[in-house]
Each structure stands twice: as C-alpha cells, then as structure tokens.
Design a protein around this ligand. Structure first.
Ligand SMILES: Cc1cc2nc3c(=O)[nH]c(=O)nc-3n(C[C@H](O)[C@H](O)[C@H](O)COP(=O)(O)OP(=O)(O)OC[C@H]3O[C@@H](n4cnc5c(N)ncnc54)[C@H](O)[C@@H]3O)c2cc1C
Length: 291
C-alpha cells in the first residue's frame, strides 16, 4: 500500500522545522529514520496531512560531553551511537543496549529521537532512558522544555510530547568509576524486537559493595517498567545471586504484562524474573573488572 497524500517539507534548520510545526500543529508528523513512520503511513495507521522531514537538519546529529553528562542529538543514528568511543567509555548501559536494536541496516537508519518518540514498549532506547534517568529536551514555538524520562512515556506508543514539540536532544548521566552494565533480552529470532528486555547498570564502592544500581524492563507493559525503587534495595550490600533472585521474583510478581501473539503474560513474567538476575549478575561482574 501507499500512504495517503500529504504535503512534504524538508527544513534545513531547527528553527524552520519548529515554525512549520507551529503552523501545522494538527495533522503534521515528523519524519526521522522513517523505520516506523513509513510502514505505519503505508498501512494508513498514520494519515498525516503534513510531513516535516528532519533529515537535513545537521544540528540534530551529535554526541557530546556536556555539563558532566552525555548529550545526544535526536537525529543521531543508532549506528553512530554504537560506534562512539565516548559512549563506550562513559555510558556502559547505552553501549550494551544499542547493538541489540534490530540489525545493522536498521541501526544505520533508525534514530534515537525517532525510537523514543515512537515509544515502542519493547524497544531498547526507552528502557535505557528510564534506567539511566535521562532528560529529554523538547523544542516548540513556545520554547524549550525538559522532560524527565520517568514522565516521558505515558502509554502504548504515546509520549508526553505535545503535537507541536520536537524532541531535539537527550541527556544521559556519565557512569562513575567501577561501573558495569548489561542489557539482557529474549527475542524469538536474532534481531527481532525483544519479548522481554532488562537494562541494568551497577556501580561498586571501593570496598566492593553496591553503591548504585539502575534497573528498568521493557516488553512487560505499555511502556518501560521503572525498577529503580527495587534496585535501590541492593545499595550497601555485596553483590549476591540470592539477593538478585529475590529481587527478580519480586519484580516479576509486580508486573502485569498482557498476553499477545508472541508470548503469554505468564511467560513474560517468568522471563523478566530470570533476566533481572542475569543482568544484575553480569553488570556486577563487569563493574568488578572495571575496578
Ligand atoms: C525490521 C525492523 C526491525 C527493528 N527492530 C528494532 C529493535 O529490535 N529494537 C528497536 O528499538 N527498534 C527496532 N526497530 C525500530 C527502528 O530501529 C527505529 O528506532 C524506530 O523505528 C524509530 O526510529 P526512526 O528514526 O526510524 O523514526 P521514524 O519512523 O521516522 O519516526 C517514528 C515516530 O517518531 C516521531 N518522531 C521522530 N523523530 C521525532 C522527534 N525528533 N521528535 C518528535 N517526534 C519524532 C515520528 O513522527 C513518528 O511518529 C526496527 C525497525 C525495523 C524496520
């Protein structure tokens, strides 16, 4: 099928794109990598009257160290993040998660901003954003707005972005010394969207106890599950499988994933509990190696 007819704009600057969205705030859609937008428009799930293509705005593609964190532009391709030495050195969870996104050809085209704005509950980026407590930077004709990741995902394929807002940048914290991470997921075939995904990042103290633990899950509800309050309980103790297993079971019993074509709710809960243990165990082992 082909998409319904729309007016197409290809602005060269962010200001131009913001002005276009302001002018056509209802019925306009942004185009990033097009990997979700194009199939949805072809199936006419989306029928935008206006499409604003962000691909010519060079200022939206960057990876930079700024104010003690890492800022990544919304149009940065997954592959650019995967290949970034800065990300590998400073953001271990991102470095582990991004290679899990589809296949190389998908990562060549898909963007950080597109993935977060599309908000697929099984996608890797939303899980990472929640686990790391990222900050989304949105721009509109009204100015700039900072949205914490915990308030960004509001429902299935739905975010807190207003119709005239563009996600322009995402800010992630830099990992302290003695930090390790793991992104553990189960999918039916290599490169498929995850049935369940777990992102874990652990920082150890000089004495070897857990100083900080970050944890989030995907594929277990309409948007990522923030397990920060569970992970906090590990702080102060030595890494131990027994504690990880108890936490995994507790998290699994809290989740309420729905049944679908790919997996039953019971299966997803079971897998979630197992992946929590694996992710925490591996993250701790890597944190020890990094010490
Ligand atoms: C075969 C296949 C396999 C895939 N496997 C995976 C996978 O395993 N894991 C995974 O996470 N993803 C996967 N993807 C998704 C892909 O990697 C993209 O990340 C995702 O589709 C959206 O990114 P995009 O840049 O293509 O955005 P687009 O498709 O262009 O846009 C998606 C949505 O976000 C909106 N949007 C885009 N940019 C912005 C912005 N800056 N501000 C506000 N709104 C914006 C658009 O209007 C649209 O509604 C897969 C895709 C395909 C085709």
């Amino acid at each position: 099928m082909k998409p319904a007819a729309f007016d197409y704009y290809a602005p060269q600057s962010l200001d131009e794109a913001i002005a276009l969205l302001g002018k056509h705030s209802t019925g306009a859609k942004l185009l990033a990598g097009g990997q979700s937008f194009v199939p949805m428009a072809n199936f006419r799930v989306l029928r935008p009257e206006v499409v604003v293509d962000l691909n010519r705005i060079a200022a939206l593609s960057f990876i930079a160290e700024r104010d003690g964190g890492i800022a990544i532009g919304a149009m940065t391709r997954h592959r650019a993040v995967e290949r970034s030495g800065l990300v590998q050195a400073r953001c271990p969870l991102i470095a582990r998660a991004v290679p899990c996104i589809g296949h190389a050809v998908i990562r060549n085209r898909g963007t950080l901003g597109g993935s977060l704005s599309h908000a697929d509950p099984a996608a890797e980026w939303p899980v990472v954003a929640i686990a790391l407590g990222a900050t989304m930077v949105a721009r509109s004709p009204r100015g700039e707005r900072l949205i914490p990741a915990a308030k960004f995902f509001v429902g299935l394929l739905t975010t807190a972005l207003a119709e005239d807002e563009i996600l322009v940048e995402v800010r992630f914290p830099v990992a302290p010394a003695r930090t390790g991470a793991e992104f553990a997921e189960v999918s039916r075939r290599h490169g498929d969207f995850a049935l369940v995904a777990v992102g874990a990042q652990v920082t150890l103290s000089a004495a070897g106890t857990i100083a900080e633990a970050r944890l989030a899950l995907g594929g277990v509800g309409p948007f990522p599950f923030d397990a920060a309050s569970f992970a906090k309980r590990l702080v102060g103790s030595m890494p131990a499988d027994k504690a990880f297993e108890a936490l995994g079971q507790e998290i699994a019993s809290t989740l309420e994933p729905s049944d679908d074509l790919h997996a039953s709710s019971t299966y997803r809960k079971e897998v979630a509990g197992v992946l929590v243990v694996r992710a925490l165990r591996t993250a701790c082992a890597r944190a020890k190696e990094a010490a």
